[in-house]
Design a protein around this ligand. Structure first.
Ligand SMILES: Nc1nc2c(c(=O)[nH]1)N[C@H]1C(S)=C(S)[C@@H](COP(=O)(O)O)O[C@H]1N2
Ligand SMILES: [Mo]
Length: 181
């Protein structure tokens, strides 16, 4: 007969660990599923790079040159037309590296887009740069000609994403970061 003796502290440790892992998983499921949990509408957009930070109001933002993109939302299965400002234009205001200056270690630069609910996604600087990557990434302030409204003043939209998981609603912060492997 093989008998395995588990001491009480060890059993407690296993229990704690297992339940933490389990709840961490549920948290991920919740993030993925409850897309329209009560959200705080974004009312401004802060752009940050190194020690530079710029905050734009919806009025400041509306005054910038806009582009329009037509996308298929793979989640709602609807065609959508967004109008907004290319992310590259916003990053240029911060003096973030772009174009031919993006070389070597600068390819380890990321762009984090965050919503008022704390939902965050990572784009790479290279994919935001039209001289490097195809497709468009814009910060939209209108959807089908109307303010985004229930999803806040701003939403980031990427034309190359089939599933809109990186289309952060209630967008209120964009940070340029160096990714450390
Ligand atoms: N702020 C915020 N944006 C978010 C999410 C979120 O939880 N919070 N979920 C993402 C996911 S996983 C999807 S599929 C889409 C769904 O948004 P839609 O129903 O408006 O298309 O929003 C994305 N943007
Ligand atoms: Mo999703």
């Amino acid at each position: 007969m093989i008998s395995v003796k588990i001491t009480r502290p060890f059993a407690l440790f296993i229990l704690t660990f297992a339940s933490t892992a389990c709840f961490a998983h549920l948290d991920l499921v919740a993030q993925e599923m409850h897309h329209h949990a009560p959200a705080v509408p974004s009312t401004s957009l802060t752009l940050a790079y190194q020690d530079i930070s710029i905050t734009l109001t919806p009025a400041d933002f509306a005054a910038l040159p806009h582009v329009t993109v037509a996308v298929f939302n793979g989640h709602t299965k609807a065609n959508e037309t967004y109008s907004g400002v290319p992310l590259a234009t916003l990053l240029a205001k911060l003096g973030a590296p772009q174009g031919e200056t993006v070389r070597g270690p600068l390819f380890m630069t990321g762009v984090v887009a965050e919503g008022t609910d704390g939902y965050k996604v990572l784009y790479s600087l290279a994919e935001t740069d039209p001289t490097i990557h195809t497709g468009q990434i814009i910060v939209a302030d209108t959807l089908d000609g109307k303010p985004i409204a229930v999803d806040g003043a701003f939403k980031i939209v990427s034309t190359e994403d089939k599933r809109p998981a990186r289309w952060v609603r209630n967008l209120d912060k964009i940070s340029v970061i160096t990714v450390e492997p």
